[in-house]
Design a protein around this ligand. Sequence first.
Ligand SMILES: [Zn+2]
Length: 298
Amino acid sequence: MKKEDLTFKEKSKEKILKTIKHVLNYIRHNKNKTKVIAGVVAIVICVGVVSIVKLNSKEVLACAKSRNIMLEGETITDIALSGSREIEKGPSKSYGKVVYLTIDDGPSEYTDEIIKILNKNNVKATFFMINSNMQAYPEQVKNIVKNENTAGFHSVSHDIHKLYTSPTAAKNEFDTNQKTFKEITGETSKVIRLPFGSKPYTPRSSYNALMDAGYKLWDWTLDTEDWRSTSPQIIQSVIKHTSDTDDAVLLMHERKQTVAVLDEMIQHFKKEGFEILPIKQSDEQRNYWNGKLFKTEK
Ligand SMILES: [Zn+2]
């Protein structure tokens, strides 16, 4: 508390004591005691009500504090949402609007159609692929590479209960991805995405093992939640959440409803002046751990 606050408090105390003395004197010398006493009672009730209201506002503050503590367990999507809100408050920039289309959980029966839509619009995307799906759809893996999209890895198990059983378990899964990808295409990639993001499930030891192996870990800044949405919901959500941002890493999945709005989504981004880019192997990774999830972070 500041010094000025203390003196102010003391002064107020003195004033209150003086007033009480005056009132008591007045009661003593006044004939119409009942009326005066009623007045005093009314004042006491008022003071009581004011104190209760003040207490309540303190409780609200305490609630807000405990909510901050709860935020420790938030997901990448929570972080991304609150982060993009922070950015929305900042001054708007008129240069370099960029969006990364990232498509998880493939390849699948939809991959070729997705590539067709990307090609039609002359844009590239990043595909984060699961090991068993690479094995099931090797031609689609080749198609991704042939059309100059970025191939990224998305684990073997896609299971947080298996990825973190030891500090190197996740790294080993991505090594397996690497081996499968090399067998199919003869190429390598260092771009990866952890299932469900790198927060809150990933321990630091697992993150460190991935970094030591030279992997580049990408989280996202906007989750389309396409896996549980209809096509109109997906496009509406994307339009809404990118209206005040100039930089987005968009999380999508290889789902029918996503493919159905992909063309419209790309048209929207172009119209709004976004450059649509694939993640490059040489790009600096952007994740929760390195504090580069949002471009404005230093
Ligand atoms: Zn996934």
